[in-house]
Design a protein around this ligand. Structure first.
Ligand code: DAH
Length: 348
């Protein structure tokens, strides 16, 4: 009778266990592992039940063995389905609190000088000007002599120069006009370029002036280029930069590298020309120097001045940027104070 008791017990036990397993559900990997240990581990209940085989009579062993195997497979299948559930929906098994604020990713911002430079460049690019760059450490020829400023020319005093101690022929360029010369010397005509860059002058640093700053130079050389072309180019620039209501005036001026030369003012875009602190109550703001390239400069670069003419202009970047962003101290541009720099996040 022993075997009957054994079989009955076995069947009842399997039924109870199946019931328990059937209704079991897990919410995380830890609970699944606990399930595995409890049922399928080396000291688990499945193994334990297998041990009951010894209470089963010999002629029933086969039947009991089948039942136990089937029960083992059932338990393993449940275990697999529990695992699948958690890999399909991993968020159920992690401890991440999705309601917490995320880590912020700091985003850099462009320097205001670069923003203003890019804006100036994009306006001239629309007129077909290409961008050219020249060296900041320059020789006397490209910065002065070729630009019709021979040694001892008094106009050299207009730009107080930093010289390189080891070689008196080398200096830090005082203007971007050096790049005009370098472009003309390449010998490919016509030329239509703008040349942005940093320039240096030995000036006392204050809220209004610095020993280095930035300029954009423009140069157009071709047959039949006239002063009218220069004016139209600059009118276009002013309209794009400051709007169509701004007025423009040219004043005669002197630069050794241009003849005739002029300076261009725009009506004060802060007060509309009525007069304010920015325009020193004149109603006008000076923005650039310009003129027709001097024949001597063309000849210095081996360009036939009887055949070709051209215009040039040079403007600072700091001043328009200061006016645009209401910056009252030029030194802020080079102090690298993040509190200042991070304010310029969008394009101009
Ligand atoms: N190089 C001049 C300066 O730094 C600016 C300038 C004036 C550039 C007239 C030019 C020009 O090309 O034609 O003050």
């Amino acid at each position: 009778m022993l075997y009957l008791q054994g079989m009955e017990q076995l069947l009842k036990q399997i039924a109870d266990y199946k019931n328990e397993i059937e209704t079991f559900s897990a919410t995380d990997a830890k609970e699944i592992e606990e399930f595995r240990i409890k049922w399928l581990g080396t000291k688990g209940l499945v193994k334990n039940l297998m041990g009951e085989m010894k209470n089963v009579a010999n002629d029933k062993k086969k039947e009991a063995g089948q039942l136990l195997n089937e029960f083992k497979q059932y338990t393993e299948a449940k275990f697999e389905s529990l695992k699948e559930l958690t890999t399909d929906t991993p968020q159920l098994t992690t401890n991440i609190d999705l309601s917490l604020p995320g880590d912020s990713i700091p985003v850099g911002s462009r320097h205001p000088i670069i923003l203003m430079r890019n804006r100036i460049i994009s306006i001239y690019q629309r007129l077909g000007f290409a961008v050219a760059e020249g060296p900041e450490i320059e020789d006397d020829w490209h910065n002065f002599t070729a630009l019709n400023l021979p040694p001892h020319h008094p106009a050299r005093d207009m730009q107080d120069t930093f010289y390189v101690q080891q070689n008196p022929d080398w200096l830090l360029r005082t203007h971007t006009s050096n790049t005009q010369i370098r472009e003309m010397e390449k010998g490919k005509l016509p030329i239509r370029v703008i040349c942005p860059g940093r320039v240096y002058r030995n000036e006392t640093v204050s809220a209004r002036s610095h020993c280095f700053f930035h300029q954009v130079e423009g140069l157009y050389i071709d047959e039949n280029v006239s002063f009218a072309d220069l004016k139209q180019t600059l009118y276009f620039f002013v309209k794009e930069m400051y709007g169509k209501d701004v007025r423009v005036r040219f004043r005669p001026s002197y630069f050794p590298f241009t003849e005739p030369s002029a300076e261009m003012d725009v009506s004060c875009f802060i007060c509309g020309g009525k007069g304010c602190r920015i325009c020193k109550h004149s109603g006008w703001v000076e923005i650039l120097g310009c003129g027709m390239v001097h024949p001597n400069v063309l000849e210095n670069c081996k360009i036939d001045s009887n055949k070709y003419t051209g215009f040039a202009f040079g403007m600072g970047i700091e001043r328009p940027a200061m006016l645009k962003y209401d910056i009252n101290d030029i030194r802020l541009f080079s102090e690298n104070d993040v509190r200042f720099l991070k304010q310029f996040t969008s394009a101009v």
